[in-house]
Design a protein around this ligand. Structure first.
Ligand code: DGJ
Length: 714
């Protein structure tokens, strides 16, 4: 049994000791109920075929989805396992709140070993699973599919599957499907997580109303920044819907020479009795407690990024003019995006040559870096270490460093090719290049971008060449981990042409992620609503820009743009030299408000009220004591009063709406709602509910006479 904070995950060996089976997943218990016996006979099938197995392999399973396909290379496929110690698992380790179960199996041929690892911790509600496959035979074995695990979730069919889909500029769009039978699968073969699907689903019983916050719901995710696959299979037998996931099984073939092994990335699962919203809360708690190295402002600063203001026209004197205003309005880091390095005057050249452009920076970056620091901000830089322009010194020196399939012209996307991160010398070059930059200049914020998918993978002549999608992701993670280990003061923002690489593996190595290149405020609100279903607010980089929006250009106020960006890690990307004095003053006030609320916005639960673009859509943040509600309403010309009914308040606590005389108990606020005063902007507001009995000994406890919340006129 694996206990989490509020649940228990229970597995047992099948009576024939040939597999591990799923028994139970639900409220915490110390006495699991005995699993239903497996049928002795199944018409036109075998008992193992219908069992809710933790991990299934080709060769012993024919009717349902399998997680492992083995090819012995001599006409034999599959494997039949037997547990190595039938009298008990090889390892059941409880240390502190963590329980780790490891169960090794050997193939009947004796040549393969499979170890299943399951881990849970009582500080959160997420169960982690992974597997190791070892080749102990004398021959080479290939694994056309080697998934991380399966989650047999007991919801019956039809299953209601919620997921996030989209494309560049409209990532993280919520969608759902009811699955009566068969398989629904999502994934990426782009060498990165991709814009099209997020590697996570929430599964519940169709018609169970899980979206409304009630009913059992199960979340499954894959923590992997490369090509992947996630499949949900509605059962022909019994109540278990099978969710399997792992590295992509179409373009990836793992090859194990004698003595080699392969460890899968982890798959994560969580159960909630509070529907899809409960699954979201469980993910966020895990991402804050386990994946984040810190929740504080040191790695979640207010960023000014000059990309939208200058694109490739990066000139030090112009950047310093922008830095003057960025400092004035309260930015904590000034980031120079694409365009600062040798030969980079458009996206056609320079990528790979990571030295300041000598024509633009004859004295190197020092004058700009010093100027930014003198203005009281940290200095940040953009890099794209995985790619190269053919028109670059790096490519001219190492044309063999890019992915290339013999006999096929490599595909350029945005005029660039992808460096082969499956080669040791290439990954070592990336590490050394970044080490050099971060040692030479006092850069303390790095934005790592990736502006194209990986294609033309494979390495002719390399027996492991078919493993390039795994190698590429592993190389990326290796360099990201080096940054964290050797430069712990450097905040890392992960980006891939917007939200092309966002997943729980990235959240473990980056401090913030860039969810989309779409910064038009109403479109962004939709993207953020979807993003927050799977990922937390403290990683959600969001900038105020001057962009109108790619799809929805309905005008909004200046304040609305800020309240959208405050929903995550606030940044600013506007051309600040076009802002008048009134806008700068209002921006300074809004940045100050955000900085004050940041611990609450980043440290607690988030719940959404309604849907974006319906009047009164709101995001509510609660850290257990206080509540912040961001409300959006572009249809305010109707002048109808809008009330929000907070859900994260405590019924018996009396709250004061900050900056007003309004006091209300949590129970009344929940029932009757609070009328939105629209104090911050005509179409957006920030409501702060403080407990009305502040502790006089706590200097951080806000006084009821806290300054008025009304925004200054622009
Ligand atoms: C794509 C990113 O998403 C943008 O923010 C910007 O950094 C550009 N790349 C620069 O090329």
């Amino acid at each position: 049994m694996l206990p989490t904070a509020t649940s228990s995950y229970v597995v047992s060996l099948t009576p024939d000791a040939r597999a591990l089976r799923f028994d139970q997943w639900g409220p915490a218990t110390s006495e699991p109920t005995a699993p239903a016996p497996l049928p002795e006979r199944v018409p036109f099938s075998t008992p193992l075929d219908v069992a809710p197995l933790e991990y299934a392999t080709s060769g012993t399973r024919h009717a349902q989805q399998v997680e492992l396909v083995v090819d012995h290379g001599d006409g034999r496929r599959g494997a039949a396992w037997r547990v190595e110690r039938p009298d008990g698992p090889a390892s059941y380790d409880v240390s502190g709140g963590t329980t780790t179960l490891q169960v090794p199996f050997t193939d009947d041929s004796g040549g393969l070993r499979l170890t299943l690892t399951l881990r849970a911790d009582t500080s959160h509600d997420v169960v982690e699973k992974s597997v190791v496959v070892e080749n102990r035979s004398e021959h080479t074995v290939t694994l056309p599919r080697v998934f991380s695990g399966a989650w047999p979730v007991p919801v019956g069919a039809p299953a209601h599957v919620e997921y996030l889909t989209g494309a560049w500029g409209h990532e993280f769009t919520p969608a759902s499907v009811d699955l009566p039978a068969g398989t629904f699968s999502i994934g990426s073969r782009q060498g990165v997580t991709g814009h099209v699907f997020a590697p996570t689903v929430t599964v519940s019983a169709a018609g169970g109303g899980s979206g409304g916050g009630t009913g059992d719901a199960y979340g499954v995710a894959l923590a992997w920044p490369g090509s992947w696959c996630l499949a949900v299979e509605a059962p022909p037998y019994g109540e278990h819907v099978r969710v399997s996931c792992g590295v992509d099984d179409e373009d990836t073939v793992v090859t194990l020479l004698p003595g080699e092994s392969f460890t899968t990335p982890p798959t994560l699962g969580t159960w909630s009795p509070h529907g899809a919203a409960g699954v979201t809360r469980n993910w966020h708690a895990y991402q804050r407690r386990v994946l984040a190295r810190s929740l504080g402002p040191e790695h979640h600063p207010v960023v000014y990024n000059s990309w939208y203001a200058t694109t490739f026209d990066v000139r030090p004197e112009h950047q310093l003019q922008l830095a003057d205003v960025a400092a004035e309005i309260g930015a904590e880091v000034f980031v120079v995006d694409d365009g600062w390095f040798a030969g980079r005057h458009s996206d056609a050249a320079g990528l790979g040559d990571w030295t300041p452009d000598p024509d633009v920076f004859p004295d190197g970056l020092d004058p700009l870096v010093d100027g930014v620091r003198e203005r009281g901000m940290r200095f940040g830089l953009w890099v794209e270490p995985e790619c190269v322009n053919p028109d670059s010194d790096l490519y001219r020196a190492h044309p063999d460093w890019v992915y290339r399939v013999d006999g096929r012209e490599p595909t350029t996307v945005r005029n660039q090719l992808v460096l082969d991160f499956g080669r040791e010398e290439v990954v070592a070059w990336a590490e050394d290049t970044l080490r050099g930059l971060l040692t030479r200049y006092p850069v303390s914020y790095l934005k790592w971008d990736m502006n194209r998918p990986v294609s033309d993978g494979g390495r002719p002549g390399d027996v492991h060449g078919g493993q390039w999608p795994v190698q590429h992701a592993a190389g990326y993670l290796r360099v990201m981990r080096m940054l964290r280990r050797e430069f712990p003061h450097v905040t890392v923002e992960a980006c891939a042409s917007g939200g092309g690489r966002v997943d729980d593996a990235v959240l473990a190595v980056a401090d913030v992620v860039w969810p989309s290149d779409e910064t038009g405020p109403r479109d962004r609100l939709r993207i953020q609503d979807g993003f927050l279903r799977a990922y937390p607010a403290h990683v959600m980089s969001s900038w105020v820009t001057d962009e109108p929006g790619l799809r929805d250009r309905t005008p909004v106020s200046f304040g609305y743009r800020f309240v959208v960006a405050m929903a995550g890690a606030l940044g600013i990307g506007s051309d600040l030299l076009r802002w008048d004095a009134g806008s700068r003053a209002q921006a300074r006030w809004l940045v100050q408000l955000y900085r004050e609320l940041r611990p609450m916005l980043h440290g607690g639960d988030v719940v959404a009220h309604g849907v974006p673009h319906e009047p009164g859509y709101a995001l509510e943040y609660g850290d257990g004591a206080r509540v912040v509600i961001l409300v959006y309403d572009t249809l305010r010309e109707r002048r109808t009063p809008v009330r929000v009914r907070p859900r994260l308040v405590r019924d018996d606590v009396r709250y004061r709406l900050r900056g007003s005389d309004v006091t209300i108990t949590g129970a009344s606020a929940r029932a009757a709602g609070i009328e939105v005063p629209w104090a911050v902007a005509p179409d957006a507001d920030v409501l702060v509910l403080d407990p009305d009995d502040p502790d006089p000994d706590d200097p951080d406890d806000p006084r009821p006479d806290a300054p008025n919340r009304r925004s200054p006129a622009p």
